[in-house]
Design a protein around this ligand. Structure first.
Ligand code: 6PG
Length: 469
């Protein structure tokens, strides 16, 4: 009997949908899950398709055609190690494991080195797009043993989303933990994107006092223009949803305390380790943390004072200003994400192709956006671009929109409304474009209390001043 072309270990919703996706593209799949209940659900759901649900690991491994290609879809962390450990005694040279979770990239590096010499190949693949993306076509970011890529390329590229030009949103990222690193940065941009959409929503709701249905129409209109993106689109849909219990907008009934599962935090930590300024990404993580202090904020709201938001002016014109602030902030957040990738590339020698990475994010993934075509074009024009902000297209967009961006931030501050992503992005923009910063004073302070020395603008060398003399 013909053996199955691809195996999936872990039949949660993501694993199930990826299997259905592959089967719909003509590939035969074997699935296995330690939890019998999960496997039974899967077997029932996939009846009549070329998907075989195996009851034991031995059966699963026995049903796979060589080289055995297996995608592990279990929660990141110890469960991945546990799956590898149980499979390991029955694996042979040439078998290929792919971890498709949101794994910390150093864990991928460790797992590759633990398998070194065994002939077992390993790929750490970031997979983005959630449940729906898994079913219809996600963006897939594979990295690891380069010799594994040709063995799975046709399958992963068939499974992946296709950009408008037909190219698959899946290309080889690089060796080691490169795939999972790039997925982590994708998620970090996702955090920033979500926070800045929340900043925009907050001004629409709290300053302009527009109802959720109107906010929904605003986001829907934005989604037809240069802000067109999955996240702006779902925001319009979410804001239009009514709560069946209250008859009011569902968002009004949702607790304002955000969760997180780690990728944004890792990106913040990594940016600090690599010496990359990524303040908007870090602020997006900090805002989730701050939001989760719900009871503390409730107490503080009764103690700490601020202005009562009041808007006077042209609402339609201000909505357009918010749109421009969102667009400018978005450019800065993506610029920061790509700076993290550049620094990691230098540090780890991965030879990342930033143009190809932006191309891979054009469809399937959570940050998919029209905007990514422009980023791809920017890196095609100049692969060694020092910063996305310096690309002609983005520099001129920032030049023409920045007055409105500044006004939005200023008005938000005057009204006591937090728009941390807009503010942080503007601070990044103004700092990055400043030939001179007050770090001269900072260096003097360091030298004053710690004799850290400073450099001068007019001659080479390190200098120290006897400040107490
Ligand atoms: C994706 C998402 C996905 C997941 C994140 C969300 O690309 O499909 O990023 O990976 O939704 O884990 O992360 P938080 O739980 O930290 O928001």
């Amino acid at each position: 009997m013909a053996k199955q072309e691809f195996g999936i270990v872990g039949l949660g919703v993501m694993g199930q949908n990826l299997a259905l996706n592959l089967a719909s593209r003509g590939f035969s799949v074997a699935g296995f899950d330690l939890e019998q209940r999960q496997a039974d659900v899967f077997a029932a759901k996939t009846a009549g398709r070329n998907i075989l649900t195996c009851r034991t690991q031995v059966e699963f491994l026995g049903q796979l055609a060589a080289p055995r290609r297996m995608l592990i879809m279990v929660p990141a962390g110890p469960p991945v190690d546990a799956v590898i450990a149980t499979l390991r005694p029955r694996l042979v040279r040439g078998d290929l494991l792919i971890d498709g979770g949101n794994t910390w990239f150093r864990d991928t590096v460790r797992r590759i080195s633990e398998l070194e010499g065994s002939g077992i190949l390993y790929i750490g693949a970031g997979i983005s797009g959630g449940e729906e993306g898994a079913l219809r076509g996600p963006s897939i970011m594979p990295g690891g043993n380069p010799e594994a890529w040709p063995l799975v390329r046709p399958i992963l590229q068939a499974m992946a989303a296709k950009a408008e030009d037909g190219s698959p949103c899946c290309e080889w990222i690089g060796p080691g933990g490169a795939g999972h690193f790039v997925k982590m940065v994708h998620n970090a941009i996702e955090y920033a994107d979500m926070q800045m959409i929340c900043d925009a929503f907050w001004l629409v709701e709290r300053l302009l006092r527009l109802p959720a249905a109107e906010a929904s129409r605003i986001f829907a209109a934005w989604n037809d223009g240069e802000l067109s993106s999955y996240l702006v689109g779902i925001t319009a849909t979410i804001l239009a949803r009514e709560d069946p219990q209250t008859g009011r907008p569902l968002v009004d009934s949702i607790l304002d305390a955000a969760g997180q599962t780690g990728t944004g935090k890792w990106a913040g930590q990594v940016s600090l380790d690599l010496g990359v300024a990524a303040p908007t990404i870090a602020d997006a993580v900090f805002m989730r943390t701050l939001s989760s202090l719900k009871s503390e904020r409730s107490v503080a709201s009764a103690v700490l004072s601020g202005p009562t938001p009041a808007f006077t002016g042209d609402v339609t014109a201000f909505v357009e200003m918010i749109r421009k602030a969102l667009y400018c902030s978005k450019i800065c957040a993506y610029a920061q994400g790509f700076q993290i990738l550049r620094a990691a590339d230098r540090e780890y020698g991965w030879r990342l192709k930033l143009g190809s990475i932006s191309a891979m994010w054009r469809a399937g993934c959570i940050i998919r956006a029209r905007f990514l075509d422009e980023i791809k074009a920017a890196y095609e024009r100049e692969p060694a671009l020092a910063n996305l902000l310096l690309d002609g297209h983005f520099a001129s967009a920032l030049a023409s929109y920045q007055n409105d961006w500044r006004q939005v931030v200023a008005i938000a501050a005057q009204n006591g409304l937090p728009v941390p992503a807009f503010m942080s992005a503007l601070g990044y923009y103004d700092s990055y474009r400043s030939d001179r910063l007050p770090a001269n004073l900072l260096q003097a302070q360091r030298d004053y209390f710690g004799a850290h020395t400073y450099r001068r603008i007019d001659k080479e060398g390190s200098f120290h001043t006897e400040w107490f003399a």
